[in-house]
Design a binder for this molecule. Structure first.
Ligand code: SF4
Length: 93
C-alpha cells in the first residue's frame, strides 16, 4: 500500500494534538504557578494556547498552513516544553 503523506492541515493537526498531549494547556493558574518559577509557565501556556486555538479555528475554516507555519509552531512548542520540564510541569520527551 502506498504510504500516506499527511497534508499540511493534517500535519498541523497532528502537531497540535501532540502539544495538547505533552503540555499542560488549559490548566488553571493554581496548577501552573509554583513557588519557584523558571520563566513564567502561566504566560507560556497562555501564549501557546492562543496559538493553538487560532490554528484550530483556521483548520476548521479549511485554511492550509504553510510548512513555515508548522515549523514555527513546532519550534516554539519545543522551546516552551523545555522550560516546562525545568518547572516540573511536563515530562521530558
Ligand atoms: S512567574 Fe508566572 S507562573 Fe510563576 S507564579 Fe508568577 S505568574 Fe505564576
Amino acid at each position: 500500500m502506498p504510504r500516506h503523506h499527511p497534508t499540511a492541515p493534517e500535519a498541523m493537526q497532528n502537531l497540535i494534538t501532540q502539544i495538547r498531549h505533552n503540555l499542560p494547556i488549559e490548566q488553571p493558574d493554581a496548577y501552573l504557578c509554583r513557588a519557584h518559577c523558571v520563566g513564567c509557565p502561566k504566560k507560556l501556556m497562555e501564549y501557546l494556547e492562543t496559538e493553538i486555538l487560532d490554528w484550530e479555528a483556521a483548520l476548521e475554516r479549511g485554511d492550509t498552513p504553510t510548512l513555515g507555519d508548522i515549523n514555527k509552531l513546532a519550534k516554539s512548542s519545543r522551546k516552551i516544553h523545555t522550560v516546562m520540564v525545568k518547572n516540573g510541569l511536563a515530562e521530558p520527551l
